[in-house]
Design a protein around this ligand. Structure first.
Ligand code: FAD
Length: 604
């Protein structure tokens, strides 16, 4: 079967049936979008992704990027495809029309992006990072900056980046040493070294606009003293034409486990004392401004992992339908019985259904969070804006970490379903697995997301946002309880939500009692358990929509809807038991990880 990358039937179900996309379009500011145009956009994205971009995936992994004399060359298949992406304006689908983008609803952008990311994330990201840079400039730049940079970044003519990390400053961004000194003309001279910079240098665009974190000389240490500067690779003349080469150079690219076609660059700024930067926003606002971009990037990272997982799952399930191996278990004594496709074996079915539950649940969770995010932007009522913004911020670390961690696990299990064929390159699941691993690391490692959830997001607004989140789950539970064969599942999800609330309070209490390290030692298991509850919620929601439609549906739809009910049943009646165990273990608050002496870890 030809590669599908994402399940189109499922995408349609989520958008139009689960989240009632047509009502959302009517209520929002989307005059140019209706069901027909949305379908067309997704179809075109899918066709470009599958027919043109996906065939480059394996080769670009083998070829990678080439570094020579400060320049980085991307695989030779990329430039014509980059042009196609820009011609279709696929890079700025969700960017607002005021900035020069398409202003598409979040679920349409998510659907198209799923296809592009699974087809070749590295290529697509060269085209999209500039829009995030443009967003920061649009919100915080001077009129002159907006005019000079935003149109070319949004069109993809110029590339964008984000320069935070330094050798001594990874998670601890406050430890950066890159410095800025104000010049008489109001510009700044920047000096420092950045590492691990995605798309820091490449040959796809004539200019690259770098947002750079640096500390103005004399400003306090830590994150409070950090400012943000726009540092173009080529300075831009007042008439918008390209000017002199700025003193920012790529000094090397990293060899990595995956995403080989994405340039991960070391950057030297001001080695000749001539790196010019332009202050963005006010002095010392660097972290606040960069965090806006980081939050977008965290959402994109969750989607990246989900896209790999979805593609890997589809490879696995279609392989399982075709690979003939062993007799049916009920025929184990009958040596004359024919061998069957491996999808008939109970253990393979269990594995596939576990993968499907996660992929479906993650897709619904991502699309739902995107809708919440735009609701906060579009809300006219202040209270509605506050609630939606709070919810979006609560869910962001979960999108980033849970989708990354589970997306990776799904890819690993795809290898397992294919057996030896999964371990070799031909079927791509090993590449998806390698490519996926980075998603738990960049844009803030797993532990950092868990700390953010526990320390900042759960207590936000006096716990009201978390309370509203639990109430939303209860609404779905109440609807599901009215459907006869879903009532028992709904009760289990309700119990899981209650337990989630109780364990969150318990962790908060531990921190208040001064057992801060003990609480944080359990923060990541807590995040993952909360993610499980969200998946159970999303699958129950899907089942509630699907169950009443089974009877009378045409055969393929009936199988799809029944699949929804069985997927929810599987996750809620098997995986969620492990989540209750996880809650017990978090509440038991074992302190061994804190108490063990450093030397007790061994290896000395
Ligand atoms: C392929 C790739 C692309 C990247 N792209 C970019 C980019 O475009 N721009 C950019 O600026 N950076 C980029 N990065 C850098 C990336 O964001 C960092 O690697 C990441 O933030 C982690 O920093 P670190 O590698 O220094 O690890 P460290 O900070 O040394 O962390 C190591 C481990 O310690 C844990 N840890 C550290 N501090 C704490 C703490 N306080 N509490 C709990 N646990 C903690 C971490 O969770 C992690 O598991 C990229 C990295 C890679 C590999």
């Amino acid at each position: 079967m030809a590669q599908q990358l994402a399940d189109r039937r499922d995408i349609d179900f989520v958008i139009w049936e689960q989240f009632n996309g047509e009502a959302y379009l009517k209520a929002g500011d989307y005059a140019e979008f209706n069901r027909k145009t949305c379908d067309m956009i997704i179809n075109e994205a899918r066709s470009l992704a599958i027919k043109e971009i996906f065939p480059t995936l394996s080769e670009s992994d083998t070829v990678g990027v080439k570094f020579e004399n400060g320049t980085v060359t991307v695989p030779e298949t990329f430039p014509p495809l980059y042009k196609l992406i820009l011609e279709g304006e696929w890079n700025n689908l969700m960017v607002s029309p005021e900035m020069g983008g398409q202003g598409a609803p979040p679920f349409i952008s998510a659907a198209a992006t799923e296809y592009f990311m699974a087809a070749n994330w590295a290529l697509f990201t060269y085209a999209t990072l500039g829009c995030s840079t443009a967003g920061m400039i649009y919100r915080h730049g001077t009129e002159e900056m907006k005019k000079k940079y935003v149109p070319k970044l949004v069109s993809g003519e110029w590339g964008g980046t984000m320069l935070l990390t330094e050798p001594q400053a990874g998670t601890d961004v406050g430890a950066i040493e890159t410095s800025a000194v104000k010049n008489e003309d109001g510009t700044y001279s920047i000096t420092g070294n950045k590492i691990f910079i995605t798309n820091g240098e490449h040959n796809l665009t004539e200019n690259i606009i770098h947002p750079v974190l640096a500390r103005i000389e004399g400003h306090e240490p830590g994150t409070r003293g950090i400012s943000i500067f726009i540092v173009p690779k080529y300075l831009v003349n007042d008439d918008g034409t390209i000017g002199e080469r700025n003193d920012i150079v790529c000094t090397g690219v990293e060899e990595k486990q995956g995403i080989h076609a994405s340039a991960t660059c070391s950057m030297s700024l001001g080695s000749k004392g001539k790196c010019i930067g332009y202050l963005l926003g006010q002095e010392k606002q660097g972290m606040k401004i960069m965090f806006e971009m980081m939050n977008e990037a965290r959402m994109a990272t969750g989607l990246q992992a989900m896209s790999y997982a979805s593609a890997a799952y589809l490879i696995a399930v279609n392989y399982a339908r075709e690979r003939i191996q062993s007799r049916d278990i009920l025929e184990f004594k009958n040596h004359a019985a024919p061998s069957v496709p491996i999808i008939k074996h109970p253990d393979v079915r269990r594995n596939l259904l576990w993968m499907k539950a996660l992929v479906d649940g993650m897709r619904s969770f991502f699309y739902y969070t995107g809708i919440i995010g735009t609701r906060s932007e579009l809300a006219e009522d202040e209270e509605e804006r506050r609630v939606n913004l709070g919810m979006f911020s609560l869910l962001t670390p979960l999108i980033k970490e849970y989708l990354a961690a589970k997306g990776y696990e799904v890819c690993v299990q795809a290898i397992q379903v294919l057996g030896g064929s999964g371990y070799i390159k031909e079927y791509l699941v090993e590449q998806y697995t390698r490519d996926c691993k980075i998603t738990t690391i960049y844009e803030g490692c797993s532990g950092v997301q868990a700390m953010d959830l526990l320390a900042r997001k759960l207590p936000s607004d006096g716990g009201k946002v978390f309370g509203a989140f639990l109430s939303d789950i209860k609404k779905t539970v109440a609807d599901a309880k009215k459907i006869e064969n879903l009532a028992a599942m709904a009760e289990r999800v309700e119990k899981a939500a209650d337990r989630l609330g109780e364990v969150a309070m318990h962790l908060g209490g531990m921190a208040m009692e001064g057992k801060i390290k003990e609480a944080f030692a359990h923060s990541l298991p807590f995040l993952h358990a909360m993610g499980d509850v969200i998946i159970a919620w999303m699958l129950l929601w899907r089942a509630s929509v699907a169950a009443p439609k089974i009877e009378g549906a045409k055969k393929s739809d009936a199988a799809f809807y029944e699949g929804q009910v069985k997927t929810a049943e599987f996750f809620i009646n098997t995986s969620l038991y492990q989540t209750f165990g996880a809650f017990d273990s978090i509440k038991a608050a074992c302190a061994a990880a804190i108490e063990i002496p450093d030397d007790g870890f061994g290896g000395l």
